[in-house]
Ligand binder design. Structure first.
Ligand code: FAD
Length: 477
């Protein structure tokens, strides 16, 4: 029997938009039958969180890149829109496939879709198999001594070191025998993922190269130029020293297995801090797996009694980067322009929204979800809850970032602020994080009119801090 006469294998692509270290694709290629590579944009199944606008932009380009790679390897990438179960059933009918393979997802709502799909396929006598790839650990298998899940990062990461064997990446299939039929699927532009009116994505286009090749290039550059100084420099937003792999990881264009293998080969010092950050990603997924409502419900129920301020005007001011605190405004504008923000600044802007403005962390989480290219179902809510203090292993309630001191410590010459807040870029270093203290003559000389060309601070940080401490303390009483 010729290969094309064998019943094909459908490989579902989701947040694993790569052909390297792709266990499901490798298993399908090994099986020998033709491969139907399928991406389903599922915006219909109830309970799935709709993707934000920046993620949709990324997805479009990542699918284009994956399509190219698959085509070169011998297979088409078919695209569909609709309920996962319906689209798979349609693809089975059209192709005569008898196997469906995929890599596992760990967001409980997505994992639920996959579990139902697996049961439905098996009931029909078809083969449905799932594989690892997104995470180094299986959240259902890594358990504490008492059989529960980990709520504190350090013991979690120690347990990972002892109990989890990090496998080598799986080879990229050289040639894929792609199924030659027609599924009646959609063209990429028919998924309607790109913004059009207005087209706000120019900053994203300038900044990123979505896709597996872009991810591998980023990893290579990071290891060659920045890894050795990572631990020392990772907190300074004005110096691009972190990996910027986050959107590539979020879309599964690269796996943590590939990253760990590259670190093993690199012989560079400074790898353990970087590994530990990947460990935070594992921990966030561990939390999400065991707490499906992480993006909407306080992990610590006592936070349900918190009296947040309902101030939509302040929220919009924060979103637009017009708070009058330069480091906060720089971060929010970096986010809007590039779809990404440096980790240190994410912590500062989140602390500002939650503790200076006393606005519910869920508003910030939603804004990040819509605007980040790395918007991640686990990392985003886990990090917001960490800053709010409502999360597992969270920042203590009395840790309230001072946006001026944080700016002066981590952006000492104001490079980062000057890059993103041009209207105050002419200020001398000593006033760049506190423009309201600049003498009138300096402001005049630089053409700055506070309240006109750049806002006055939206709140007084000292007073806001006192207010937050009182409210937070009341939760403990
Ligand atoms: P690197 O420093 O190069 O780290 C490498 C990888 O490790 C990252 O790509 C990421 O996958 C992981 N990582 C690093 N730091 C963390 C962390 N604190 N928690 C979890 N994983 C981490 N990260 C996201 O990927 N998506 C999000 O939606 C997201 N939202 C955040 C919201 C807030 C309020 C905060 C404070 C942090 C958030 N983070 C999020 C975590 C972190 O800021 C980003 O992962 C990091 O800035 C990405 O840049 P990088 O790839 O250069 O990081």
């Amino acid at each position: 029997m010729s290969r094309q006469a064998q019943a094909p294998t459908i490989v579902l692509f989701r947040r694993d938009l790569r052909i390297g270290d792709n266990a499901a694709l490798a298993a399908a290629a090994d099986r020998g039958a033709p491969v139907v590579a399928l991406y389903i944009l599922d915006e219909t199944t109830k309970g799935l969180r709709a993707m934000g606008a920046a993620s949709r932009w990324w997805l479009h380009h990542s699918l284009a890149a994956l399509g190219d790679l698959l085509r070169k390897a011998g297979a088409n990438l078919f695209l569909a829109h609709g309920r996962t179960e319906d689209a798979v059933a349609k693809a089975i009918d059209a192709s005569g496939a008898n196997c469906v393979f995929w890599n596992r997802r760990y967001d409980p709502s997505e994992a639920g879709v996959d579990a139902r799909l697996k049961a439905a396929l098996r009931e029909k006598g078809l083969t449905a198999l799932s594989f690892d790839g997104a995470l180094l650990h299986e959240p259902s298998l890594l358990k504490t001594g008492s059989g529960g899940f980990y709520k504190v990062y350090t013991p979690f990461w120690k347990a990972m070191a002892y109990k989890v064997d990090v496998r080598d990446p799986i080879d990229t299939p050289g040639q894929i025998d792609g199924w030659r039929g027609e599924l009646g699927g959609l063209r990429l532009d028919e998924l309607d993922l790109l913004p059009s009116k207005p087209d706000w994505a120019y900053g994203l286009r300038e900044t990123w190269t979505p896709g597996e090749k872009g991810a591998q290039a980023r990893l290579g550059q990071f290891i060659e130029h920045d890894l050795a100084n990572y631990e020392r420099q990772r907190d300074y937003p004005g110096q691009p020293s972190t990996s910027r792999l986050s959107p590539h990881l979020t879309f599964g264009e690269i796996t943590p297995f590939q990253i760990f293998a590259a670190l093993r080969r690199s012989k560079s010092s400074g790898t353990s801090k970087f590994r530990a950050e990947i460990g935070w990603r594992e921990f966030s997924y561990h939390m999400l797996f065991h707490n499906p409502d992480l993006s909407v419900r306080n992990f610590r129920p006592e936070f349900d009694a918190m009296s947040w301020r309902d101030d939509m005007r302040a929220l919009r001011t924060w979103q637009r980067g017009l708070t009058g605190y330069p480091i906060v405004d720089a971060g929010m504008r970096e986010l809007w322009r590039t779809g990404w923000m440096h980790n240190r600044v994410r912590m500062i802007v989140a602390s500002f929204l939650i503790k200076d403005l006393m606005i519910d962390w869920r508003h910030g989480e939603k804004w990040f979800w819509d605007t980040l290219v790395d918007a991640d179902a686990a990392n985003n809510p886990a990090s917001w809850q960490w800053v709010a203090g409502s999360g597992a292993d969270a920042a203590p309630y009395f840790r309230i970032f001072n946006p001026v001191l944080q700016g002066e410590k981590f952006d000492p010459h104001g490079d980062y602020v000057r890059q993103h807040v041009p209207e105050i870029s002419a200020l001398p270093d000593r006033y760049i994080h506190r423009p309201w203290e600049a003498p009138a003559a300096v402001l005049k000389d630089k053409g700055i009119v506070l309240g006109k060309t750049y806002p006055n601070p939206i709140v007084d940080h000292g007073a806001a801090r006192e207010r937050a401490l009182i409210v937070y303390q009341s939760l403990k009483d």
